[in-house]
Ligand binder design. Structure first.
Ligand code: ARG
Length: 461
């Protein structure tokens, strides 16, 4: 049997391979709610413009509602021979209401239909990421407030650098996530225009009202150029870019969890809820969830790259290549959502080993900068000279196998005679973090204030 939709021009059925490569229903059936909403808006507009009768519009809307409930109930049979969601819905509509179903496709093409459906779908995905990311921020802030004064080692080059607080470290991610949310919000703003009514590529001769369908579907305005409306997938690319950057942030945090939970480091503990064991090594506690968040990032960035490659050589207007935009994006969105929720779970679960953190914070002469700053402040030494003097004192301590605050004053004075007993006041890790009160610094009082500000901002949303 030749195709129902375009059978007029065709005598033969497609080859099985043609059908297999062409079919998209496995993927685009996930657009059913958007497809039906867009069709309802389109039918209502057609009637309001006098293009179809009010009665036909009513029957179409009723039929579409029935289809929606059938799909939701799992009683709808998706047919591969009907290729995609658009034709599956339309064909079922025909079964339900008869020939009036054929009027729905007036002044419309699958090209503007799919662009509309997918914009609505991506917009929903963005909204749910925003909710999930807000929950992640709330979890981070809650833990930051609990650990505003918990001292841990701060690293650069993964070498112990200066003491920081665990709360400060967590708030760093709150800031990153805020920018991620900003990127999603920007993408949402740009994508929120209506392609419906662009028809195949050139617009239509029917007196349609694109503003009406735009507002019915929650779009800001109709897209201004019909070719652009059906040709571009930059809204998917932009959203996948925002996903990729957000996922990289999550991945870095996941990597930190992996490092911190390693017995070699031992800074934090994850409960059994976020840990797995080994089938052979009875002692193992593996941070699989963190590792999988790290790995999902690869798939998310991969789907961005894949779609960039699909799009880069396409002339205007619609090309079937663009059908390949959905599978990767949907997979990436699912991975994104899971990764955000997994990280949120781990943030709430994680318990720092405060004693171990404190010891580690003081290892590797982490308060050497505090000593140099003391020389600058107390002896009015230029910082470059203070750096040199401190370096020599650190070398002495290393030679003696002592931590900086355990090195006898006499040994320090052998390097710089003007050093006094006072210096010991700045060499502890607590004193170090408490002194970092500059705006954005790690001092516990700063962290408490920032965390409270964030709590207020997040509650107001
Ligand atoms: N399944 C198609 C897609 O996802 C829908 C648009 C088909 N348009 C066409 N002219 N064949 O892109």
């Amino acid at each position: 049997m030749s195709n129902k939709m375009w059978g007029g021009r065709f005598g033969e059925s497609p080859d099985a391979i043609m059908e297999e490569i062409n079919v998209s229903i496995d993927v685009d059936q996930h657009l059913y709610a958007q497809d039906i909403a867009a069709s309802k808006a389109h039918a209502a507009m057609l009637a309001a413009q006098g293009i179809i009768t009010a009665n036909d519009a009513k029957n179409i809307a009723g039929g579409l509602d029935t289809i929606l409930s059938e799909i939701k109930a799992g009683t709808f049979t998706f047919k591969r021979a009907l290729e995609d969601i658009h034709m599956n819905v339309e064909s079922r509509l025909g079964e339900l209401i008869g020939p009036a179903a054929g009027r729905l496709h007036t002044a419309r093409s699958r090209n503007d239909q799919v662009a509309t459906d997918f914009r609505l779908y991506v917009r929903d995905a963005i909204d749910s990421f925003d909710d999930d990311l807000a929950s992640l921020q709330r979890a981070l802030v809650k833990r930051a407030l609990e650990h505003a004064g918990t001292v841990m080692p701060g690293f650069t080059h993964l070498q112990t650098a200066q003491p920081v607080t665990f709360g400060h470290h967590l708030l760093a991610y709150v800031e990153m996530v805020a920018r991620d949310r900003g990127r999603f919000a920007d993408a949402r703003k740009r994508l929120n225009e209506n392609p419906l009514g662009a028809a195949a590529l050139a617009g239509t001769s029917f007196p349609i009202d694109r503003r009406a369908t735009a507002s019915a579907l929650g779009f800001e305005r109709p897209m201004a150029n019909s070719l652009d409306a059906v040709s571009d997938r930059d809204f998917v690319l932009e959203t996948l870019s925002a996903c990729s950057i957000a996922a990289v942030h999550l991945s870095r945090f996941a990597e930190e969890i992996v490092i911190w939970t390693s017995p070699l480091v031992g800074l934090v503990h994850l409960s059994d809820k976020f840990t797995t064991g080994s089938s052979i090594m009875p002692q193992k506690r593996n941070p699989d969830a963190a590792e999988l968040v790290r790995a999902k990032t690869g798939r998310i960035v991969g789907s961005l790259n894949a779609l960039l490659m699909v799009m880069k050589g396409l002339p205007l207007a619609y090309q079937k290549d663009m059908q390949e935009d959905k599978a990767g994006a949907m997979e990436a969105f699912a991975a994104m959502s899971l990764a955000i929720r997994a990280i949120t779970g781990m943030v709430l679960d994680i318990e720092p080993d405060e004693a171990r953190m404190k010891v580690a914070a003081g290892e590797g002469y982490a308060t050497a900068t505090d000593l140099a700053d003391w020389l600058v402040r107390t002896l009015k030494m230029p910082f470059r000279e203070a750096h040199h003097v401190t370096g020599r004192i650190v070398a002495k301590a290393a030679e003696a196998g002592l931590a900086l605050h355990k090195l006898p004053l006499a040994d320090m004075q052998a390097v710089e005679p003007a050093i006094t007993e006072d210096v010991f006041g700045v060499l502890s890790v607590e004193a170090s973090v408490e002194s970092r009160t500059s705006f954005g610094g790690t001092a516990p009082e700063n962290v408490r204030e920032q965390a409270k500000n964030w709590l207020m901002r997040l509650e107001k949303e």
